[in-house]
Design a protein around this ligand. Structure first.
Ligand code: KIV
Length: 276
């Protein structure tokens, strides 16, 4: 980014502003990072991200579950409230968890509305053409929707693992058609997860709404990454596309070790840290 993030005008990001942020129109790439609580939202906002995604990756990285499908609507609402309390400049988008947008459009609208009432401005949901009716219904209820195609983790059992999607010609064509369908359904942007770089570029060049990539190469209109991957909360680096900017787990362990040492040795608290 050319601009110093701290100098950014304090105007809340809007859905129309994100919708029109194609790089082909001369815009900077969009930056989206997941955030699941109040302090993380404050840090992300101070740094100047465009979008905070309360992702269903909450399930794995915060709640310690094995799968994103283990997270509930109640869990999502709880964490969206915490992020919304930070009153960020960044747009807050919340994931609809597995089975919250699969039954009937009325049920999908009510679940999307619960996330908006908790403080999100828009929702994200996984899937292409087969979710169009639900997407249209949610948008008809005045709730903006971000799409998500490619390696959609909620479908991992159908895919048979976390595999790059769109590698064959027919899969690639299906993903391009999905992206076109999502745009037609009214999505304001689309996450492309784990697809070959060339396919991500083709999709980005084909549709007029921004693509936000994760493991989809540098030609998307923006990039998204999980907060805990970016900051190194876990020893395992994770997927190929993850670039770590901090080894938080090591730094935090070392700091807590120093605290333990100070308490055990009688060095904490000292007289200045005591009330008189
Ligand atoms: O839940 C999540 O973290 C996501 C991102 C990987 C896009 O959906």
């Amino acid at each position: 980014m050319s601009e110093n993030n701290s100098d950014k005008a304090k105007v809340r990001k809007t859905v129309p502003a994100i919708r029109s942020a194609k790089r082909s129109n001369g815009n900077d790439p969009l930056v989206m990072v997941t955030g699941y609580d109040y302090p993380a939202a404050q840090i992300l906002d101070r740094a100047g991200v465009d979008i905070i995604l309360v992702g269903d990756s909450l399930s794995n990285v915060v709640l310690g579950n094995k799968s994103t499908t283990d997270v509930s609507m109640d869990d999502m609402v709880h964490h969206v409230k915490a992020v919304a309390n930070a009153q960020t400049i960044a747009l807050v988008v919340a994931d609809l968890p597995w089975l919250s947008f699969h039954l009937n459009p009325e049920n999908s609208i009510l679940n999307a509305a619960a996330l908006v009432k908790a403080g999100a401005t828009a929702v994200k949901l996984e899937g292409g053409k087969k979710r169009s009716d639900h997407i249209k219904a949610i948008i008809d209820a005045e709730i903006p929707v971000m799409g998500h195609i490619g390696l959609t983790p909620q479908s991992v059992n159908v895919f048979g693992g976390f595999k790059v999607q769109g590698k064959t010609e027919s899969q690639a064509e299906a993903l391009i058609n999905d992206a076109i369908d999502l745009e037609k359904a009214g999505c304001f942007s689309i996450v492309l997860e784990a697809v070959p770089r060339n396919l991500a570029k083709t999709i980005t060049d084909t549709i007029k709404i921004p693509t936000i990539g994760i493991g989809a190469g540098p030609d998307c209109d923006g990039q998204v990454i999980v907060f805990h991957d970016l900051l190194g909360f876990y020893p395992d680096k994770g997927a190929k596309f993850v670039r770590r900017y901090l080894d938080f787990a090591d730094l935090a362990t070392e700091a807590i070790n120093r605290f333990i040492g100070d308490v055990k040795s009688g060095n904490y608290p000292n007289d200045e840290e005591s009330y008189h």
